[in-house]
Write a protein that binds this ligand. Structure first.
Ligand code: AMP
Length: 287
C-alpha cells in the first residue's frame, strides 16, 4: 500500500493510474465495516484508494473530534493486508488551510434526522467528500448503509452537482449479537455495550412486524419504542420512519422507506437503520 499525506502527492499518484479507481472514504480505526467497503471497491474497480481523514468540520464543538480513535500504523498494516493500493491520510491543515472558506450543504436534507442534533455535521461531510472526489477523481465511491442519511445525501449531491462518480452502497456489517460495527463502539463500557444491542433489537422487532404484514408507521414506532424501553441505559434521540427520497415522515411503509434510530448510551451516540425494499415476494427488509 502506498501511503500518501499530501493533496499534490495524491494527484500525482492518481495521474499514473490506468483503469477504474474506486474510493473508500473513511475516518480510520478500520473495522469489518470498512473492509466490506474495500472488498466491494475492489470488485468494482482496478485500483482501490482508501482515504483516512478524521474530518474536523463534521464534528460539532462539543463532540468527540479530539478523542476519536487514531492509529495510523495499525490502519496502514490493515490496509496492506486488505490489498488496498493507496492510503490517502492527509493532516487537517493539508485539507483545510487557514484560508478555507467554501462549504457545500443540504439546507433541508441536512437539517433532518441526525441534523436535528448535529446542525453542521452534514455540511462538513458534503464538503470533505466533494474535496476527496476532486483530489482522487474516482470512478466509483463506496459508502455504508449503516450511515443511511449520509449515503442518501451523497447520492443527492452527486445528482445535483453532476459529479462523475458512481455511488455504491454496502450493507451494514454487524457484530455476532447484531450491533452494527462502529468506531464509536470502542467508547462503550462493558455494561453499556451489553445494552447497546437494544438498538438492533428495536429494528429487528420492526423488521419482524413488517414481515408479519404491519405497514402502519405509528404501530411500528410503538413496537420500537417499547423494545428500547427495556434497555435502561438507552435514551432515544429519535425513531423516524421516512421516505428515502425526501427524508419526510410517512404514515405507512413502502419500498422507499428507511427506519432510522439514534440513541444515547452513556456519553456515546449510536445510530442504526433498516431499509424496506421491493423483493420478489413483496416488501423486504434490509437490516
Ligand atoms: P467512518 O470511518 O465511520 O466515517 O465510516 C467510513 C465508511 O464506512 C462510511 O461509508 C460508513 O457508512 C461505513 N461504515 C461504517 N460502519 C459500517 C458498518 N458497520 N457496516 C458497513 N459500513 C460501515
Amino acid at each position: 500500500v502506498d501511503l500518501i499525506d499530501t493533496k499534490q502527492g495524491m494527484r500525482k499518484w492518481r495521474q499514473r493510474v490506468l483503469g477504474n479507481v474506486a474510493l473508500v472514504p473513511t475516518m480510520g480505526d478500520f473495522h469489518e465495516g470498512h473492509f466490506s467497503l474495500v472488498r466491494a471497491a475492489r470488485e468494482a474497480a482496478d485500483t482501490v484508494v482508501v482515504s483516512l481523514f478524521v474530518n474536523p468540520t463534521q464534528f460539532g464543538p462539543h463532540e468527540d473530534y479530539t478523542r476519536y480513535p487514531r492509529d495510523l500504523d495499525r490502519d496502514a498494516a490493515l490496509a496492506r493486508a486488505e490489498g488496498v493500493d493507496c492510503l490517502f491520510a492527509p493532516a487537517a491543515a493539508e485539507m483545510y488551510p487557514t484560508d478555507h472558506e467554501t462549504y457545500v450543504y443540504w439546507p433541508r436534507l441536512g437539517s433532518l434526522l441526525c441534523g436535528m442534533t448535529r446542525p453542521t455535521h452534514f455540511r462538513g461531510v458534503a464538503t470533505v467528500v466533494l474535496k476527496l472526489f476532486n483530489i482522487v477523481r474516482p470512478h466509483q465511491a463506496t459508502f455504508g448503509r449503516k450511515d443511511g442519511q449520509q449515503v442518501i445525501l451523497i447520492q443527492r449531491m452527486v445528482e445535483d452537482l453532476d459529479l462523475p462518480v458512481e455511488v455504491m452502497i454496502c450493507p451494514t456489517v454487524r457484530d455476532p449479537d447484531g450491533l452494527a460495527v462502529s468506531s464509536r463502539n470502542r467508547y462503550l463500557s462493558m455494561s453499556d455495550r451489553s445494552q447497546a444491542v437494544g438498538l438492533y433489537f428495536a429494528l429487528s422487532a420492526a423488521k419482524h412486524a413488517i414481515e408479519r404484514g404491519e405497514r402502519r408507521s405509528d404501530r411500528l414506532k410503538e413496537i420500537m419504542e417499547q423494545t428500547v424501553a427495556a434497555y435502561s441505559a438507552l435514551s432515544v434521540e429519535y425513531v423516524e420512519i421516512v421516505a428515502r427520497g425526501t427524508l419526510e415522515a410517512t404514515d405507512s411503509i413502502d419500498e422507499d422507506t428507511m427506519i432510522a434510530v439514534a440513541v444515547g448510551v452513556g456519553s456515546t451516540r449510536l445510530i442504526d437503520n433498516l431499509w424496506v425494499v421491493q423483493g420478489k415476494k413483496g416488501l423486504q427488509v434490509e437490516l
